[in-house]
Design a protein around this ligand. Sequence first.
Ligand SMILES: [Zn+2]
Length: 92
Amino acid sequence: MMLVRYDTLHSFFKGIPQKPAIVYRDMCQGCGVNVVIKIVKHPPGFGMSGGALFEQEPEHLFALCDQCYQAMPNWAGERIMEHRISDISEIY
Ligand SMILES: [Zn+2]
């Protein structure tokens, strides 16, 4: 498990290049709370707040809330909570 890749974040903005930010909603895989991660274009990279996003394979994402990320920064990626379809449709 690794933190989400640049290419994946970039793909979120495909088709909406004029949007400066998107919101990724998911369930924390550590404790189950709802996680709302704001992803902001920060050329040449991206800024992220509200939690941490991990990637197992392209477009297979898992979120941790800030508290779980601080407790498990090297999270190995066991799926503690049942995964559910993520929603990245909300656009700022
Ligand atoms: Zn958590």
